[in-house]
Structures are given as C-alpha cells and as structure tokens.
Design a protein around this ligand. Structure first.
Ligand SMILES: Nc1nc2c(ncn2[C@@H]2O[C@H](COP(=O)(O)OP(=O)(O)O)[C@@H](O)[C@H]2O)c(=O)[nH]1
Ligand SMILES: [Mg+2]
Length: 383
C-alpha cells in the first residue's frame, strides 16, 4: 500500500477533541466528514487522534502530552499536515507547529478553515471564485499575520522598545486593510461579467450534468461509476487529484454528456467562507441538469436536503432541472421509497448504490429522459 508515496499526496494527521457534552457517535460522524474533506483536498488521512478534554489547551490546543504523541506519529508515518477539526487560535497553531517541526521542518499545521480554504483554492476556476477565495484567505490569515507581527516585535523589543513593534503591527494592519479593499473592489467589477463565461460554455453545445450534495453523500463514488474513472479500488486516491469532469456517452441521446463532480456542502461552514463557497459552487451549478446526491443512510437526511435546496435556490436565478439521487441504499434497508417518490415527485427520485451498482441503469435512463425533455432544446441539431 505504498503507492501513496509516489503520488506525493499530503499525508494527514486528523486531530479531534471530544468535549464532555459531545458523544462519541457524533464525533465519529464528524470525522467521517473530515476524512472526506481531506480526500477532496487530494490528501489521505493516515492517523486519527481523538482526545477527550474539557476545553482546548490554551498554548498548543492539544496539550503537551498529546503534542509529543503527535510528534512521534509524524516521524513514524511521514506526516506532512496536521489538521485540527476546529477553529483554532493562531497562537496555538503556531506553538504546536514549533513543537512538531523538530521532526519535520516542513510540517503544516491547519485548522478546519485552512482545510476548507485549501479545497476551495483547488476547485476555483473562474477569476471571480479565485478572488473570492483570496479574500476569504486574507481575512482568515489576517489575525495570524498580526500575531506574527507581535511575536517579531517582542523579539526585537530590546532595540527599539515597545514603540517599534507597535508601529510594525500597525503598518501590517494598514497594508492588510488596503489589500483586502483592493481585492474587494476587483470582485465588484467582476461580478457584472459573471454570466458571460457560463453562457460561452453553453454555446459549445456539450450538455453538462453537475453532481451536487453534501460532502460524504457519495458524489464522487457516483461520478466515478458514471464516467468509468477510477476503475480499480486502489486508484481511489487518484480520483480527487484528477480533473473533476468526465464524460459518458448516452446512446438514447446519441451524444456525449459531460459530468462534473463538485466540492460538496460542508456542515458548520464558518460564516466567512460562505461567499467563497458559493462562488466555487456557482460555476458548476450552471449545468443543464443537476444531480442532487443524498446519503439515504444519513440520520440527518431531511435537514441536509433542505439546506442544499435552500442554497441552490439562492444561487439560481430560476429553478433548474434536477434529479434527487438517494444513494448508499445498500446501507438504508428501511428507506421508505414510496414516500420519497411522492414528496419529491418533481425531482424524479432515484435510488442507487454505486457500491453494489443497484439502480444505476435506471438513473442513466432518468438522466437521458430529463436532458431530452429540458436541457437539449437549445443545442443545435437536436429537435
Ligand atoms: N455503503 C456505501 N458506501 C458508499 C456508497 N457510495 C459511497 N460510499 C462511501 O461514502 C463515503 C463518501 O463517498 P464519496 O463518494 O467520497 O462522497 P462525496 O464526498 O460526496 O464525494 C466513502 O467512504 C464511500 O466509500 C454506497 O453506495 N454504499
Ligand atoms: Mg467527493
């Protein structure tokens, strides 16, 4: 299983703190989502560290004992990123990094926001999305930069006294404010031209289908199956590094259809990342048809459906042809299909398991049907 080395994947330690009021089951679900996010960023979770604590350690988040344990893992497992499943104070990240750097000078220490930003960065295609992410990144990194300024000013304190340090931090802040304002201004200008690129894509006549839904819903599994990417299971880690578009020839339509795998919705998305998320998503949802993939085995299924539908509605100027794909049905034997078919009739519910292959044929049929009815009208040469 050493193929990961050759691929230069980031090897992650995932750190999660379980508070007294949190139960282990919720923590497990959280970690499944984090694992999926790490995969989406092109990395692999090599080690999981779960610790029970009242609250994070103020100096290093994990505490000095755990920091030593983590340092050993980094050495043994050749880890290059630590990600903490929380929003962590810059100082704690900095201190933890200093400890673990002794075994790997290039180690990166991330919190949940860093991981999500990394994913957004890798998925942003348009100039607008890239700027939006740059802005989110600057806002996120700002406090860290000022923190660094303070650390530096303390170190040089002997020479110029307090005054110089404060001036440096002030200068940094002013520069940062100017930069963020500049990016924001560029964004405003770009917004006006947002639609043109999407329209251009439509003109080239290849019908597109975008796969949307929560992280861990099974989007990539479905995408891989439909586009025959990733035929062997050992290749699973390649999938996310690859381009996220693939095609399938649809015989009933007599043409190739382009499928796009999207980032996916994330629970507890920090508010400062919402705009960046939307701008990344908006590129892909201008497809001709959306497949909304839903994990049928998820106890929070209905909540998640509502959230996704709400955000899609806020991004789309008008409703878009959509199919609800209830996935992982192999794990949901008690699913009330008749009820779902009834309540979501307008979304032609499908029930599939990319794992067992069940329902895939029907899904392809439904996609062809929907595309024929709605999406292909504008395509030259198709009546
Ligand atoms: N039991 C079962 N697990 C599945 C199925 N499809 C995906 N999974 C698992 O669910 C997890 C998330 O799948 P993935 O496709 O990466 O989700 P994404 O985040 O929506 O792209 C992975 O561990 C998959 O192996 C399925 O049909 N049945
Ligand atoms: Mg995925």
């Amino acid at each position: 299983m050493d193929y990961t080395d050759a691929m230069k994947l980031n090897r992650f330690i995932l750190v999660h703190l379980v508070r007294p009021f949190e139960n282990m089951e919720t923590a497990e679900l959280d970690l499944v989502e984090m694992r999926s996010l790490i995969e989406t960023s092109g990395g692999a979770t090599v080690v999981r560290v779960i610790q029970r604590r009242m609250r994070p350690d103020s100096a290093t988040y994990v505490g000095s004992g755990k920091a030593q344990e983590i340092t050993q893992f980094i050495k043994d497992e050749r880890i290059n990123v630590i990600v903490i499943n929380d929003i962590v104070k810059p100082g704690a990240l900095f201190n933890l990094q200093k400890i673990v750097q002794t075994v790997n000078p290039d180690i990166e220490v991330w919190d949940r926001v860093d991981l999500i930003l990394d994913i957004f960065q890798k998925h942003a295609l348009t100039a607008e999305a890239k700027l939006q992410i740059e802005l989110a990144n600057m806002r996120h990194m700002g406090p860290r930069i000022f923190g660094m300024g303070l650390v530096l000013s303390r170190q040089t304190g002997g020479i110029g006294g307090r005054g110089i340090g404060e001036t440096n931090t002030e200068l940094m802040k002013r520069h940062w404010r100017k930069q963020t304002a500049y990016v924001q201004e560029k964004l405003e200008k770009l917004r006006a031209g947002r639609m043109s690129q999407i329209e251009r894509r439509k003109e080239n006549g290849i019908p597109t289908v975008s796969i949307v839904g929560y992280t861990n819903a099974g989007k990539s599994a479905l995408f891989n199956l439909l586009t025959s990417k990733n035929k062997t299971t050992e290749n699973i880690l390649f999938a996310t590094l690859d381009t996220t578009s693939g095609s399938l020839y649809m015989s009933k339509l007599g043409k190739k259809i382009l499928f796009t795998d999207t980032i996916g919705f994330i629970q507890k998305l920090p508010p400062e990342l919402i705009d960046a998320f939307k701008s990344t998503l908006i590129e892909s949802i201008h497809a001709d048809l959306l497949l909304h993939v839903i994990d049928a085995s998820d106890p929070k299924m209905y909540d998640k459906i509502r959230t996704v539908q709400g955000i899609l509605a806020s991004l789309l100027p008008k409703p878009k042809p959509m199919i609800f794909v209830f996935s992982k049905i192999d794990k949901a034997p008690d699913l009330n299909r008749a009820a779902l078919e009834k309540s979501y009739a307008q979304y032609a519910p499908q029930f599939v398991s990319p794992l067992s292959g069940e329902g895939i044929k029907n899904l392809v049929g439904a996609i062809e049907e929907r595309l024929r009815t709605y999406a292909l009208r504008y395509t030259p040469g198709v009546e």
